[in-house]
Structure formats: C-alpha cells, structure tokens
Design a binder for this molecule. Sequence first.
Ligand SMILES: [Cu+2]
Length: 170
Amino acid sequence: MTRMKTAAMIAVLAAGPAMAAENATMSADIANAEGEPRGTIEATETPSGMMHVTIELMDVAEGTYGAHLHETGLCEGPDFKSAGGHLAKEGEEHGVLSENGPHVGDMPNIHIPENGAITVEYFVPELDANLIGDEDGTAFMLHAKADDLKSQPSGDAGDRMACAVLAAKQ
Ligand SMILES: [Cu+2]
C-alpha cells in the first residue's frame, strides 16, 4: 500500500513540470513590423484566479489603441495576420459592450500620451498560464486604432501595429 502511494506520488511529481506552476508568469518583448522594440508585456497568475497583466509601451505615437491577446503565438510581419483572431472561449463574442462578450483576450484600450510611453496594469478574468501557453501559443497585439468594444469580431481596431509572442518567463 505504501509502495503504491509512493509510486502515485512520483507520477504526480513527474507530471508537475509539464503543468504551469502556481503564480506562473508569461512574458514577451513587443516589436513592430520592422522588428523595432515597442515595449514588454508580463502576465502573472494570482491566487484570485485573475491574471495580472502589466504592459509597458514606448516609442508609440500619441493616441488610443486597441490591445488584445490573439489566439496564435506567431508574429509574422508586416500584417501579423499569423496571430489569428482573439483568444476566446467557446461562444464568446467580442467586447464588453456585447451581451456575450468579452473574449478572454479583450483588454481595455491603451491611451498613449505625447511622450510615447506608458505602463498599464490589468486584471484579466478567465485567463491563466495554461491558456496562454496552449499548443499554438498566444500573442499580444497592439492595433492602429481604438477598439470600439462591440464590433465583431475584433472591435474595428484596424491594422496590427505591434506584436509579442508570450512564453513562460525563465
Ligand atoms: Cu487584436
């Protein structure tokens, strides 16, 4: 009996590293289509179940821009279409102004001031490191226009301006 328990425990331990550790952190460098750095993103699990996301942007023209997590962790310029649509669960529609919204990957617009730099923090429900680190990964996307928070499927936020592939932080 004791031996069986030990065996089971070893199996659990062996499975451990493949699963996201508690308070796992995912991070990435953000770059535009020319590969020029535009900042960083870090997403950390919290005991509440919400993900704490911190985005630092720099060298972005003053304005208001849509920001989302996209379903595929692939940033191929110049259009970044490789990142696919928004990270979303079954049946979710885009935007907090939609009855069936938002997508898990929908985040508030980011208002860049005149100096081109800002740091924002979000608490994102329904998001965790396993979802970000799923088979095809996850990308952060900064758009060229503001997200209207209701147009399907992506808030009419325009071109994809800067992208980042999230990965487990070492
Ligand atoms: Cu987007």
